[in-house]
Design a protein. Structure first.
Ligand SMILES: [Zn+2]
Ligand SMILES: [Zn+2]
Ligand SMILES: [Zn+2]
Ligand SMILES: [Zn+2]
Lengths: 141, 141
DNA sequence: GATGTTCATGAGAATCATTCTCGCACAGCG
DNA sequence: CGCTGTGCGAGAATGATTCTCATGAACATC
């Protein structure tokens, strides 16, 4: 361990503030993808007022630290959700937002092999599945 | 042919205008995903001036008619490209935009089966693969 | 070719998510 | 208890996309 090494409270080197804690706590309770605007409103509603700019900044830092997944909806709005550390994809209910994390090695291998066959390197992929969950299929509109 | 039946030049019921033709012709020449702003600039550069609002409107109508694919980049900008009519996905070079259309029945079946196992209905999916193409890997920065 | 109805166009304003600015507050540290 | 650099936030700025609405053009009909 070199001299300049900070090694603060958590591994990310982020300071622990009321705002960051409130946002992390909220995300911990939620199970669906929510937009930054949504999260900001939810925080305000529960009394943990946080500036909108801070919500955006903190979400971005959490994404950079790999603690959140981001999804871009068709209307261009980004949605965030806490995620497990291992690589996975999502099955999302387009009605209520309920989300299931799914992993599938064959898909991973297919993407890598297919890209390699076309001479592509440094490959990444994006796989999301949308549908209507059982509860929403049953429930009235 | 009944009386009220329009049956215009193309099947879509869209009027044939100079602006629409110019945009369609441009898209026909391009092989990569380009943003609406890009396409607007390209049209202007080649002398086929078209209003920005018209570019957006026309792109949207072509997407609705299934003649274009849309991709939402991480910065929230939508990119468009002409597409073949059958279901497929893309292998996109994140450096030059070169795109290869790929189809893979196993992935289709996996998505459908996996969603069904979780009780989801009305399933759709989104699968895109990004990488650096052979040419861009070789070329200097 | 002339005409009327209807849809398309486009300049500019409006919308809206996201980012930036920058002075002030405070977490972490000794 | 101060110091210092990072985090905060109100408001402005950005930038893509959409809307408004008066004008222009396509097309079926005469
Ligand atoms: Zn649902
Ligand atoms: Zn994967
Ligand atoms: Zn390339
Ligand atoms: Zn597919």
């Amino acid at each position: 361990m070199t001299v300049g090494d900070p090694a603060p409270a958590d591994l990310s080197g982020r300071r622990s503030t009321r705002q960051r804690s409130a946002l992390v706590a909220l995300l911990e309770e939620l199970d669906e993808f929510r937009s930054a605007q949504d999260l900001h409103a939810l925080l305000r509603a529960r009394g943990d007022a946080v500036g909108l700019a801070t919500v955006y900044r903190t979400l971005q830092s959490l994404v950079d630290d790999g603690q959140l997944d981001v999804l871009r909806s068709t209307d261009g709005e980004a949605a965030y959700r806490r995620c497990s550390p291992s690589h996975h994809h999502h099955l999302v209910c387009r009605s209520c937002g309920r989300t299931v994390e799914v992993a599938d090695p064959p898909v991973e291998r297919w993407a890598a092999r297919m890209a390699a066959e076309h001479g592509f390197t440094d490959v990444q992929h994006q796989v999301e599945v949308f549908g209507t969950c059982a509860a929403c299929t049953t429930a009235p509109s």
